[in-house]
Design a binder for this molecule. Structure first.
Ligand code: MN
Length: 436
């Protein structure tokens, strides 16, 4: 599955694509939707610190290798029409765009003379990359599930179903926002005692959740399922997700049906869909079950998924408080971990989701659930990091946090590296908390 598009030696005539530490070298080429300074909305590809306008490239005759059906999707306000055509269409766009951006091709020489082909990232406003019809959030980190479970059930942290069924809930698609959108501290029912009575107040326990989201490309018809071996043919790519959560609201409302208003007020995603083709060099085996852990049921078992169902994706959460901004000091890192050791693969989550006949549609979002590892430094939310607020974190300016304060900006970052391969990143998923 590795091909010339992953070659480390490739360079672009866009010089910032070669900058050290860039998320967007020519081996990445993620897809997104931008609003230009003049208000025009376009479908684009990230390259260095620039955005390539796919419609301009097409209309200038730079993408003539693409079929008419694929070329017709390179405009509009979302990636839905393109990703609905499946992985071969995405691979064709990737190869064609790479040819246009390469330093050593005739297409690259022509492209440099096309007006308005590139917009600087600083001049555009990134939009949601897809129109999201449905959003599902899983709970696929066993370390997260064990930590949270142990706060509420010290003797029995992991419920008996966890190692058999990918747990999830149906989330809210309408409140998914692109990076940079302010997040309003929600009002909600909270209760000091488990038996009540509640009051209606701004949440005092606002939290983030570090997650990875998978964007559905090709859907499946209602009443049909998706075999695990074919699951990844239904995936377009990945984004970073912050599943903002109100822990006090959650504690009062979650029984017996699970999260509701505690998680439906905002979910932030990064704006660039990093395609599965771009992620190919960083695939790793799925988490191996220990001798004490049951094997998944047959519909959740596949040799290919076991061999390379994981992603070696490094994740970080940073915070910049209002005081840090006022003082001009940089953001500070709260945690760092990896997506490689999730209990369930994205393929297993997708196959399970469709196993009862639920139809997935182009643009649907499947999030992983909070990504936490075994070390304290890799806990992916404040609930775990501060152990329900009992162990606040302290910053270098002396500020402490048990949960988020108004003015706090949370920044999620993610990237992949492998020996002999380029470093590719996701860009940022950020949001500032605004008071209720
Ligand atoms: Mn979540």
């Amino acid at each position: 599955m590795l091909d010339q598009t992953h070659d480390l030696a490739l360079t672009s005539w866009v010089s910032s694509a070669q900058a050290a530490g860039t998320d967007f070298p020519i081996q990445n080429l993620p897809l997104g939707v931008f609003a230009a300074a003049d208000g025009r909305i376009g479908v684009g590809v990230a390259i260095g610190d620039q955005v390539l306008d796919l419609r301009v490239a097409r209309d200038a005759g730079l993408l003539t290798d693409l079929s008419a059906a694929v070329a017709a999707t390179l405009e509009g306000r979302s990636l839905n029409a393109l990703i609905a055509l499946g992985r071969p269409a995405l691979a064709a766009v990737r190869a064609a765009v790479q040819g246009v951006l390469r330093a050593d091709t005739e297409a690259g020489r022509m492209a440099q003379r096309v007006p308005a082909l590139l917009q600087t990232m600083a001049s555009v406003q990134m939009q949601l990359p897809v129109a999201i019809g449905d959003y599902t959030d899983f709970y696929a980190s066993v370390d997260h599930a064990t930590n949270v479970g142990s706060m509420f059930r010290p003797d029995n942290p992991l419920l008996p179903n966890y190692r058999h069924v990918p747990i999830g809930y149906h989330g809210r698609a309408s409140s998914i926002v692109p990076t940079g959108t302010p997040v309003h501290r929600p009002m909600g029912q909270v209760s000091a005692k488990p038996e009540g009575p509640p009051t209606f107040a701004p949440t005092a326990r606002l939290d983030y959740e570090l997650e990875v989201g998978a964007v559905i490309g090709v859907g499946n018809a209602l009443g049909t399922s998706v075999p695990l071996a074919e699951a990844e043919s239904h995936l377009a790519g990945l984004v970073l997700v912050n599943d903002w959560s109100a822990r006090d609201v959650q504690a009062w409302e979650y029984q017996p049906l699970g999260p509701f208003l505690a998680k439906n007020f905002a979910t932030t995603i990064s704006p660039w869909v990093v395609t599965l083709d771009a992620l190919e060099p960083y695939r790793v085996p799925a988490r191996v079950r220990t001798a004490e852990e049951p094997l998944p049921l047959p519909y959740l078992t596949d040799a290919g998924d076991q061999a390379h169902g994981g992603f070696d994706l490094t994740l970080e959460v940073w915070i910049r408080t209002a005081r840090m901004r006022e003082a001009g000091t940089p953001a500070e890192r709260l945690s760092h971990g990896s997506f490689a050791q999730m209990y369930w693969t994205l393929g297993q989550m997708l196959a399970h989701h469709a196993s009862g006949g639920c139809n997935l549609r182009p643009g649907d979002l499947i999030a992983s659930g909070t990504v936490s590892g075994p070390e304290k430094s890799s806990r992916g939310c404040l609930l775990e990091l501060t152990w329900r607020g009992a162990e606040p974190v302290t910053f270098s300016n002396g500020e402490t946090r048990a949960f988020l304060a108004d003015g706090d900006e949370v920044i999620v970052r993610g990237w992949c590296e492998a020996p002999g391969r380029a470093r590719i990143g996701f860009g940022e998923c950020r949001g500032v908390v605004v008071g209720a």
